[in-house]
Design a protein around this ligand. Sequence first.
Ligand SMILES: *Cc1c(COP(=O)(O)O)cnc(C)c1O
Length: 550
Amino acid sequence: MTSLAYDLARPEIIELVPYSTGFDEAALATGVLLYANENPYAPMTGAAPANINRYPAPQPRALIARMAEVYGVVPENIIAGRGADEAIDILVRTFCRPETDAIAVAPPTFGAYALAARLQGARIVEAPLDDAFRFDADRFANAVEAAGDVKLAFICSPANPTGGLVDNEDILALCDRLSRTIIVVDEAYIEFSDAASLAGAAPARENLVVLRTLSKAYSLAGARCGAAVAHADIIALLKKVIAVYPLPAPTIEAALRALSPVQAPIVRQNVARIIEERERVRERLAASPFVERIYPSAANFLFVKTCNGDEAKRRLDKYAIRVRWFDAIAPGAVRITIGAPEENDLLLDAFDAPGQIRPARRSAVRRETRETQIAASVDLDRAAPVAVSTGLGFFDHMLEQVAQHGGFSLILQCAGDLQVDAHHTIEDCMLALGEALRQALGDRRGAARFGMALPMDETRAEALIDLSGRPYAKFEGAFSAPLIGDYPTQMTAHAMRSLADSLRAAIHISVVGENDHHMTEACFKALGRALRQAIRFESDAIPSTKGMLG
Ligand SMILES: *Cc1c(COP(=O)(O)O)cnc(C)c1O
């Protein structure tokens, strides 16, 4: 026990024998569970979260393993808890002796660090950001050295509420210089920045802790799930202090799904949209008569100094827009979260800097059954990215043809039961695609009905589509071989039916030719071309004399 963690931790924590639960994660799946005074009956009639009558795993193996993968470390370097907030709290309780030890912060900063210190009776050493709210590493290090007994130094990067990023090289240099203090880097917003996370660097250092959360980039604020990444000795001590069962079962389930590989491209896309919106809002807001200065932000919010703040507040109130004012930091200072484009447009109106954009025609759907897990997202007003991964090479190629010829962005990831056969994967992917298209089309305002015929060498394929709101599928054509690679040729007719069902459209496909590969590809290409016409944004009219479709 010679590492820095054991030198710095409160002696009573080192002595502490962890609470023993007798918990056996493997038994949860198969065993007869008579050890934890749980109730064997379902807690409510109807669907209840799985295993909700059982105590959850204190540190669920699958979740920790997946977090380790995502954060680039091994499970021994991770502890998960109720948000990064809980990690802050247990860090302070593990290392700071009341009345004696201190934490260091760089205000204005996230309030949870000082709150945890006050609750523990620890001292708070402050080394403020500079006048432009930039982190001053030298000032920070000097303050820590002068104070003595600073066990934890909190650096928020990107910073809340001011938005600025701290240079990773500066942080690592601080780790070297302040070798008797644990540097805690709060990376709650790192996904919205172009900086690399320091998580991968933490395990090899004895005095670096990196905090991550699923609350922001992963849209899971309500689940309460975050993690600390650090040297294995630090993690081992924190595990003695954290609540015995910190993560509720529904949280574990939601976190596993949000972090799953099939979901990753959609998380990246959501983050990219927020970054894009942040820059749009920044540009527009700069023209507002109420805005004096917008600070650089690497997060999902903007920190803004307003002028005529009372009038700005009155206008925001009128629009029922809630933002976070920080008059104590600077009069008229406000932190504005970047929302959905429609919400941001309202905000811009309130700031008298209009930036009206056409309603988005996009959607993201998730489809999970025993056979397949699928995440799919489409954007009808954008041609890229197109990224399909189903485990079936030929089918990936077919779906990419639909999106490319359809002129829309499609991200579709599927983990299916290919060990059984290709059937469920193809069927469920088409159902997910149709559902995503249907949701993106909304009330189908501006959408139309169309069709397309195209030749491909000796083959001729025709696709006719009516986005009528009523499912109907018709397929004419015959293939000579049962398989193209791993793709069963008979699935093409079935795929079109699945799509028609979930898109609620009439889809007629006919194909004649000699080469199965050409014929199949031509069907999907013609489908894409017909879709391109059918979903093209033409006008604000709904293309039906009834005034309503779908
Ligand atoms: C939002 C936030 C967190 C933590 O959030 P949790 O929901 O507790 O994971 C941590 N640090 C900062 C700076 C934040 O803004």
